[in-house]
Write a protein that binds this ligand. Structure first.
Ligand SMILES: CCCCCCCCCCCCCCCCC/C=C/C(=O)SCCNC(=O)CCNC(=O)[C@H](O)C(C)(C)COP(=O)(O)OP(=O)(O)OC[C@H]1O[C@@H](n2cnc3c(N)ncnc32)[C@H](O)[C@@H]1OP(=O)(O)O
Ligand SMILES: Cc1cc2nc3c(=O)[nH]c(=O)nc-3n(C[C@H](O)[C@H](O)[C@H](O)COP(=O)(O)OP(=O)(O)OC[C@H]3O[C@@H](n4cnc5c(N)ncnc54)[C@H](O)[C@@H]3O)c2cc1C
Length: 670
């Protein structure tokens, strides 16, 4: 084994082969040179000390040690955040993806502070009046108080209207009384709640003057700020080991007639006056769900970021790993040379780009809608809800599948925790469920699509993201297939329109046979999910293609070329994946599909020499990747061996359990 800390020769050769300017692509991914510089500056400050503060790998610790260790590191990192990074980013950008990215250098699993920054602070910003923000925000940003977001209960997560925790107003004392009437009403899952938080946002059914007004958010102190003891009337704890998120101390919480001041109701969208009168302020009933929309928007970015890490690891490893022989006696090829390996990995690079550009576009849309809402215009909220729902669902689901594929691509070593791939997978797998389950969110988008279809049918002009419905209505025939990026996008829009149309037809048919609307809808939900997914795919393809065209207008020729190849690969991949739908809704023939397959295989060959350059362009520092398989220098085997030395099981040559169990067992006679 070489002890020299030099770069693996195969990776050196790969980088020599790369024919485009890597930095140019990094700037495109970051959204411009300025952003890259700012990101690097933040990373330099945050990771100044080399970041990983662990002597023993997180995965080798027991549950309690892991939590304590995560909390220790969170405090170190939070100090860097408030003392150094806040000055660089400004409060308005606190919690940006860049801050999130540097956090990954400190935690393989999740920081117990993540929900404080990811949901507690944003909810104060989005749901409190200016006066309330003045009270809570400085304390929360300075982390004098640490919060969680407790909405989900043991009995209900998806169906928010079904939550059972009550907040009953008592005008005599001007307080709300929080109560958990049943076992199923216990709050369950909130990150940071189990051991860390001393405050949390509680979503509860509001009762005043004898009437229930539905769910509303409240800010609640749950622990003593000095002793950290749960306050009387509060029952709080950790929910137990999970597939991932094991250092996020997800918690449970119950209330026994626990009183909070009236002003702890978050009153931006609705208020309870001193005498108990309920006043609705917001013009849209679902504005209390605002934090969820915000987090769904950010999760598209999360999907891209985590996937870029996984594919960087898998591509670098595939360049270093050699296995099998193509011809008798020939040298073992790099596994990256197998087209099947390229098929597993190149789509992951393209998907990370597609989601990054879509996330940027969605973030922009989100800020425009927010600005409109500040002016009192809420007309664009339903479209944002439909968009953020389906994009969150599809991006998290695809990213989880791609990360798992990256793990497959790394064979046995990909199964090691030290590869970081299992951590990445368990984190992203959770994003498919939390903040709205995949199916449930696609059904929300489907509601919007059915309405849009009815509007198009009535010859009304629909909103831009579904404008293709107006166009598809005029053509009753199958869309003519053309094999070009624009042709593929148009075909996907035709698939979406065809599926939505079929759903509407089937719902109407079912109503004709005597079903009520709810049952007809329910019986059509399998198709509705499929229609919403098709709509989402057409959106991602369209955004990826058009944004990449726009962003590479002034790029050098080779950058244009490699990014064109990658975008085309994505379009062709999805056309092949959905060839059944294309046959159904367009004039594509079997011969056309054969041509697509050939084009796809040719693209793998063209992209192959630039594969390592493409993942280098994600510009992920080793401290952030935290992988034995994916480091920039490709010293895979040395790192795996180094990791073995850190394993506490290897600290003594003979394990004490040998004397205790194994030896007596072997000596015992049957
Ligand atoms: C030192 C530390 C370093 C770390 C650094 C950290 C930095 C920050 C990192 C940021 C990363 C973020 C990570 C965050 C981790 C999060 C962990 C998880 C948290 C959670 O899961 S919180 C709980 C989330 N829960 C859900 O999402 C529940 C899902 N359910 C729903 O959203 C809804 O109930 C529903 C949509 C399923 C249905 O609701 P309901 O029944 O009330 O409504 P209807 O179906 O009847 O629909 C009525 C109409 O309302 C519309 N609607 C619904 N929702 C919305 C909405 N949100 N906005 C607008 N409109 C909405 C429907 O479409 C209906 O409209 P229609 O016109 O009648 O059709
Ligand atoms: C790691 C993690 C962290 C979390 N953090 C938090 C947190 O900080 N705060 C918080 O409040 N919550 C949190 N949650 C909870 C999370 O938001 C919920 O688990 C999620 O919204 C799904 O709800 P559920 O568990 O009730 O699933 P269920 O709704 O019970 O879903 C189970 C199945 O039923 C299906 N289903 C349910 N309703 C419908 C329907 N109407 N139509 C069709 N199918 C349906 C779903 O598709 C799914 O397949 C977290 C969850 C996880 C896993």
């Amino acid at each position: 084994m070489s002890s020299k800390k030099e770069i693996n020769e195969d990776l050196v050769n790969e980088r020599r082969k790369c024919n485009f300017n890597i930095q140019e692509v990094t700037h495109i991914i970051d959204g411009g040179v300025e952003n890259t510089l700012q990101r690097k500056k933040i990373e330099d400050v945050a990771l100044n000390g080399g970041a990983s503060l662990d002597d023993v790998p997180e995965e080798c610790m027991n549950l309690r040690e892991r939590y304590e260790n995560a909390l220790r590191k969170s405090c170190v990192y939070a100090n860097i955040l408030r003392n150094e990074l806040l000055e660089i980013t400004g409060i308005e950008n606190f919690g940006t993806p860049v801050i999130r990215r540097t956090g990954d250098a400190f935690f393989k699993d999740i920081s117990p502070f993540m929900l404080h920054l990811g949901m507690f602070v944003p909810t104060i910003m989005g749901q409190c009046t200016a006066e309330q923000q003045g009270i809570w925000l400085p304390k929360a940003l300075d982390m004098q108080i640490i919060g969680a977001y407790a909405q989900t209960e043991l009995g209900h997560g998806t169906f928010i209207r079904g939550l059972e925790t009550t907040a009953t107003y008592d005008p005599k004392t001007k307080e709300f009384i929080l109560y958990s009437p049943t076992i199923t009403s216990y709050k369950w899952w909130a990150g940071g709640l189990g051991r860390t938080a001393n405050h949390c946002i509680v979503v509860a059914q509001l009762y005043t003057q004898g009437k229930c007004h539905g769910v509303h958010p409240f800010i609640v102190q749950i622990r003593d700020l000095d002793t950290h003891m749960p306050l009387p009337g509060i029952k709080v704890g950790e929910i137990g080991p999970r597939m991932g998120f094991n250092t996020a101390d997800n918690g449970f919480l119950g209330f026994n007639h626990f009183r909070i001041p009236r002003m702890n109701m978050m009153m931006k969208n609705a208020q309870v006056l001193e005498d108990g009168t309920y006043v609705k302020v917001a013009r849209h009933g679902k504005l209390t769900y605002g934090t969820m929309v915000f987090v769904r928007v950010t999760l598209v970015n999360e999907a891209s970021f985590n996937l870029s890490k996984a594919v960087t690891i898998a591509v670098r490893y595939s360049a270093v790993r050699r296995q099998s022989e193509l011809r008798p006696g020939s040298a073992e090829p790099q596994i990256l040379d197998y087209p099947t390996q390229q098929h597993k990995l190149f789509i992951c690079i393209a998907t990370a780009h597609a989601f990054q550009l879509t996330a940027n576009w969605l973030w922009h849309t989100f800020t425009v809608v927010q600005a409109e809402m500040r002016k009192g215009n809420i007309d664009t909220l339903p479209e944002l809800h439909a968009l953020s729902s389906c994009l969150k669902a599809v991006s998290t689901s695809d990213a989880a599948a791609c990360i798992e594929q990256c793990r497959f691509a790394c064979g046995g070593h990909g199964y090691m925790m030290s590869s970081n791939l299992p951590y990445l997978y368990s984190f992203v797998a959770a994003t498919r469920t939390y903040e709205g389950d995949y199916t449930v969110l696609l059904l929300q988008t489907a509601r919007y699509l059915v309405k849009a279809w009815e509007q198009a049918e009535a010859k009304k002009i629909v909103t831009p993201t579904v404008a293709y419905l107006n166009r598809c209505f005029d053509t009753n025939e199958k869309v003519a297939w053309t094999n070009s990026p624009e042709g593929i996008i148009k075909s996907f829009q035709a698939i979406a329109a065809g599926k939505i149309s079929l759903c509407v037809k089937n719902i109407r048919q079912r109503i004709k046979t005597g079903m009520d609307y709810e049952d007809a809808w329910l019986m059509t939900t399998v198709q509705l999910v499929s229609a919403a997914e098709a709509h989402c795919r057409s959106m991602i393809l369209d955004t990826y293609w058009n944004e990449m065209q726009r962003l590479t207008k002034t790029s050098s020729d080779n950058v244009k070329m490699v990014l064109y190849q990658l975008t085309t690969l994505y379009l062709v991949y999805w056309a092949l994946e959905k060839s059944g739908d294309l046959l159904r809704y367009t004039s594509i023939t079997e011969g056309d599909i054969d041509l697509l397959q050939k084009e796809y295989e040719d693209l793998l060959v063209k992209i192959r020499p630039n594969a390592v350059g493409l993942v280098d362009a994600f510009d992920l520092r080793d401290e952030i990747l935290r992988s034995t398989l994916g480091s920039y220098d490709g010293r895979v085997y040395e790192r795996l061996m180094e990791e073995v030395q850190k394993n506490p099981l290897n600290k003594v040559p003979v394990d004490p359990s040998f004397q205790k169990y194994l030896k007596p067992f072997m000596k015992s006679k049957i």
